[in-house]
Design a protein around this ligand. Structure first.
Ligand code: SAH
Ligand code: SF4
Length: 351
């Protein structure tokens, strides 16, 4: 563990020392990434999903969603826009939509990589490792697959019988394929307590990830959890700050779920350990239908205007919006064979 003991983690999670936690996380982020914030353009190309996760607005049994699928040309055009705006990473995300064949997705990745010098991240859910191997061959660089919670029974209940073990197995397989791998959790799912979060933090640390995404649970209409309590914003920020201390070199996005529970929280998170923002480049006619939770993609302001405002806000905060691909520094050490994992300078008991 990175120099921080469980007792202190519980104290931090309980909100006993927020000022100290957030300043330690901010310092740690700065020591690894300087003032740079990586921008990734996300294209949510299909809201069709064959899963029925109880927390998600795109669940297959939600008949209230107008479903869409973007065709390959439209996806590549959206990618052109991301690259044209000077962003170094394109994230392709969708529901678990198996109607796109592995070959079709592979061709889209190849076309994007041929046209632009960008990194491509896939967030396509539980596709087979054979599919992921093919996409790696086509040039995909990274994958994002959240464990959502390390509480096996809760995972399997909320994801309607999906196997937690299989999710972990898939993550390990993605690493073996040479991807940069990201995972993460939703904070504040029903029946989740502080000890669950402690276990999740340790699990994510142990997985030795390149990216870690943490966001609060947002109750969504027309789902079984519509009336459940919303995840606590501060608690979610504490979890990502602790992740920064445990995994200094991981890329940690300030997730859009933060803004869905409190407008402006995403920017605040960049001063509390996070170092990545992922503006949505989903075309206007589709983005409102990518309704994973309320408050996602609600703004009707054109993406170019939003991006300009985002860059300005980052500069105002003393941060530098970066157009680099933003590979995980951890990965660079692994590739150089030096596998540096810096020792934490936080000693147990100093909290
Ligand atoms: N289908 C893919 C990717 C799209 S879902 C997958 O499930 O992996 C992207 C992420 O949205 C999920 O990993 C989950 O963490 C998040 N999400 C879904 N519903 C949510 C909710 N109600 N509140 C907060 N995050 C949610
Ligand atoms: Fe589908 Fe992902 Fe939503 Fe689950 S979280 S219903 S897999 S889009």
């Amino acid at each position: 563990m990175n120099g921080i003991c469980e007792k202190d983690m519980i104290e931090f999670l309980s909100g006993g020392r927020d000022d100290l936690l957030f300043s330690l996380a901010d310092e740690k982020r700065r020591s690894v990434f300087g003032d740079e914030v990586y921008l990734r353009g996300i294209i949510e190309f299909s809201n069709v999903c064959n899963k029925d996760c109880q927390y998600c607005g795109l669940r297959s049994s939600n008949r209230g969603v107008k479903r869409y699928r973007m065709n390959p040309d439209a996806i590549v055009r959206a990618a052109d826009l991301v690259a044209g705006e000077g962003l170094g990473t394109i994230v392709l995300q969708s529901g678990d939509d198996f109607s796109y064949s592995a070959e079709e997705i592979g061709k889209i990745v190849e076309r994007i990589k041929l046209r632009h010098d960008v990194a491509v991240t896939l967030s396509l859910g539980d596709r087979s490792l054979d599919d992921y191997a093919h996409w790696r061959d086509c040039g995909a660089d990274r994958c994002l697959l959240k464990v959502e919670t390390g509480h096996v029974k809760l995972y399997e209940r909320l994801r309607c019988g999906q196997s937690f073990k299989e999710r972990l197995h898939r993550l390990e397989g993605l690493k073996r394929l040479g991807y940069e791998v990201g995972s993460g959790i939703i904070v504040g799912l029903p029946d989740m307590n502080v000890m669950d979060l402690l276990r999740d933090l340790l699990l994510l640390e142990q997985l030795d990830l390149d990216m870690i995404a943490v966001g609060p649970f947002v109750p969504t209409p027309d789902t079984p959890l519509a009336n459940a309590r919303q995840g606590d914003l501060e608690l979610s920020l504490r979890v990502s700050a602790l992740m920064r201390l445990l995994c200094p070199e991981a890329n940690i996005p300030a997730t859009s779920a933060l803004d869905a529970v409190s407008h402006g929280a995403r920017l605040q998170a960049l001063k509390k350990g996070c170092n990545v923002v992922m503006p949505s480049f989903t075309p206007d006619q589709f983005k409102a239908a990518y309704a994973i939770y309320p408050g996602k993609n609600v703004s009707s302001i054109p993406v170019q205007v939003k991006l300009r405002a985002l860059r300005q806000s980052l500069s105002d905060m003393g941060l530098v919006p970066s157009s680099s691909k933003g590979f995980s520094p951890r990965r660079q050490y692994v590739e150089q064979g030096t596998a540096r994992r810096p020792a934490g300078d936080y000693a147990c008991g100093t909290a």
